[in-house]
Design a protein around this ligand. Structure first.
Ligand code: ZN
Length: 407
């Protein structure tokens, strides 16, 4: 099995290509490796569904991860659980393929990978709910010795979960595990850019600086790989999950349901730039609901509706009876006070200007300066598996590894 380091640059998309530094790590990867920056993200374009598709090769309708959080309409926003644990994913992951092949895996903040039996070293992405202790929860959801060592050696790099410190920390502990343990698969999720975009805007100075910091982190990880005996032949792979677009107004769709007299028939779960509508009872009629809501579409910033048949064709997860997409500059929120300070977000549907994500691979035997055509996100996992000499029989995507390898 060939080793690989998989780095996710959360919220990187094709518009960022013009921002790359001539001597940056990503520029190096593109010039000396094979890449695509039109990897079409999943619906909705959210971090957890996309990251799960990236490591399973299946769309949300198969993985069961169609949102960051399960639908919990009766729980106040601050108390809602996320899909933290590996057991939420209904299909095998790349980690499972590596373990089945006798390899060892490390995951650093990779979504939906807590309590993952296929990861020998796991630094979990998990948040404390009200009343919970973050330290105890982190230890419980990940690998305690790995976490304690990471904290002792690199804890000074971060302050809580704020960026850019958290991503500096994630990159440092990734380099540390590569040096000491040379995992067969190391997967790390860098959140810096996503955070800067939400807080400061899609193309803000802060977002551009985060792109540059990610390039530096990639460069450092590559240097560590090259300087670690046994890692010289490993692949460095960079991926992303969605872009973002600016918003100037946040809308609460529960109000639209109420005004249309539909609040006893449907409940809404906001995805940022789209929203799901869940039926409350057997007799809830989605076609009627769409007809009534269409009359309020403009007032509530809705640009289009996706009936269930359309959601099925988009491989969206089961549950919602229908969904809608936000108009330009609008975001949906379940609780107005939470998101109103965000300047940009995502969660959109297909055809959006921020749907084109990154897949770049560098290593010995990989075609240099080779640009692939557009692929769906489900193709990433089987392609990575193919490059590593593994197979993922349950993945729905296509394995493009032979196209990327020098013959
Ligand atoms: Zn994301």
């Amino acid at each position: 099995m060939r080793k690989a380091v998989l780095v996710s640059l959360d919220a990187f998309f094709d518009a960022d290509l013009t921002e790359l530094q001539p001597d940056g790590g990503l520029t190096y990867l593109l010039q000396h490796g094979s890449w695509c920056c039109s990897v079409k993200t999943v619906f909705p374009a959210l971090t957890y569904p996309a990251h799960v598709t990236l490591i399973t090769g299946c769309d949300p309708d198969r993985t069961g991860i169609g949102q960051n959080q399960p639908f919990q309409p009766d729980t106040p926003a601050a108390g809602r659980r996320w899909y933290w644990e590996r057991k939420n994913i209904r299909v095998p992951t790349l980690f499972d393929a590596v373990k089945a092949g006798g390899g060892r895996c490390c995951s650093v903040l990779w979504p939906v990978c807590c309590k993952n039996p296929a990861a020998k070293w796991c630094f979990p992405e998990v948040h404390p709910l009200p009343g919970e202790n973050i330290v105890l929860k982190t230890l419980r959801y990940g690998t305690p010795l790995f976490i304690l060592r990471s904290e002792l050696r690199y804890g000074r790099l971060r302050s809580g979960i704020s960026e850019p410190g958290l991503s500096d920390y994630a990159a440092a502990i990734t380099q540390d595990i590569i040096r000491r343990r040379r995992p067969d698969l190391t997967a790390v999720h860098l959140i810096d850019l996503d955070e800067m975009r939400h807080h400061h805007g899609t193309f803000s100075r802060e977002a551009k600086e985060a792109v540059h910091r990610n390039e530096e982190r990639l460069k450092n990880i590559l240097r560590t790989m090259e300087n670690t005996p046994g890692m010289e032949d490993a692949l460095l792979i960079a991926v992303s999950d969605h872009g973002q677009s600016d918003i100037h107004r946040t809308v609460c769709l529960s109000e639209a349901l109420k005004e249309s007299g539909l609040d006893s028939d449907f409940r809404v779960q906001s995805n940022g730039e789209s929203a799901y509508f869940f039926p409350v009872r057997e007799s809830s009629d989605p076609a009627r609901a769409v007809r009534l809501l269409e009359q309020k579409a403009e007032a509530f910033g809705i640009s289009r509706f996706y009936p269930r048949e359309k959601l099925d064709s988009m491989h969206a997860a089961a549950g919602p009876a229908f969904a809608c997409e936000a108009a330009d500059g609008i975001a949906f929120s379940d609780a107005l006070d939470i998101n109103k300070r965000e300047k940009a977000t995502h969660g959109f549907g297909p055809g959006h200007s921020a749907e084109n994500c990154l897949f770049a691979v560098y290593g010995k035997g990989i075609r240099q300066n080779y640009r692939m055509g557009s692929i769906p996100m489900r193709d990433v996992a089987p392609t990575v598996a193919g490059l590593m000499g593994l197979s993922m029989p349950e993945a729905e995507g296509t394995d493009h590894s032979r196209e990327l390898m020098l013959s």
